[in-house]
Design a protein around this ligand. Structure first.
Ligand SMILES: [Zn+2]
Length: 248
């Protein structure tokens, strides 16, 4: 019962896992699901309440298998075929897993102590035939730990959201000395200073005219490096390293 907690919002043990307030009332279903009672507020609830498997009839081992297939990139159709669970049930579970996965990531991935991050993006996958979507993610290159994953229609917007979200997840002390590695996309070069730089207002030239647009200073310990692979056909010709922002 280590990971379970009372689901009653008015209870003093609400969402406090690892307490001794829960007892097993009964065990039900093919999956031997435990029906729990909180001894503080006397509320009874299924251990699946507030989890991705709440209100599904899918057995736990099948749900895990569906999750594994989907995370390896299997389509709904092939997941249905391989796990022998109907496509509608697979789709509902996919949405639930996505929602819960996002909450879990937002809750746990905070104050991450990284010094280097790598950004990757791809485009051209479509939600339907009309809408082309792009997606990008940032990760810590040695551990391959994913900090953020975002989707969007427009490249610059998507990259801005990606870097903003990534910055929020990095511990403040580490934000000061971050090195970002990306490919050669121009959007990274324009967005990096906005997110990791300090804005300042350049002096106006003369007395007339509009206020100049704000510029950004990059603190010396932060860096943005672009690694540009030049190819001829499928063959890699050369790798160009651009120190786009910050000092070497
Ligand atoms: Zn309770």
């Amino acid at each position: 019962m280590e990971s379970r907690a009372c689901v009653n919002e008015t209870c003093e043990k609400y969402v406090q896992a690892g307490q001794e307030n829960l007892i097993v009332r009964k065990i039900y279903g093919k999956d031997q699901i435990r029906y729990l009672r909180c001894q503080i507020c006397q509320k009874e609830f299924s251990e699946r309440k507030n989890t991705a498997l709440w209100n599904t009839k899918i057995r736990e081992e099948n749900a895990v298998s569906i999750g594994e297939h989907l995370s390896e990139g299997c389509s709904l159709k092939s997941t249905e075929r391989l796990t022998k669970v109907s496509r509608d049930a697979v789709r509902r579970l996919k949405d639930k897993l996505g929602e819960h996965g996002k909450f879990f990531h937002d809750e746990r991935v905070v104050d991450v102590e990284v010094e280097t991050i790598q950004a990757d993006e791809r485009h051209g996958f479509a939600v339907n035939k009309q809408t082309q979507m792009r997606e990008g993610e940032t990760l810590e290159p040695k551990s391959r730990f994913i900090l953020s994953h975002v989707q969007g229609k427009r490249e610059e917007e998507m990259i801005r959201t990606l870097l903003e979200e990534t910055k929020q997840r990095i511990a403040p002390a580490n934000q000061q000395k971050i090195a970002l590695f990306t490919d050669g996309l121009r959007s990274y070069a324009t967005v990096f200073p906005e997110i990791f730089g300090t804005p300042y207002q350049p002096a106006r030239k003369g007395k007339q005219g509009r206020k100049p647009i704000p510029r950004y200073r990059i603190p010396r310990q932060r860096a943005h490096v672009q690694i540009v692979k030049h190819r001829s056909g499928r063959r890699l010709e050369s790798v160009e390293i651009r120190y786009t922002h910050g000092s070497k």
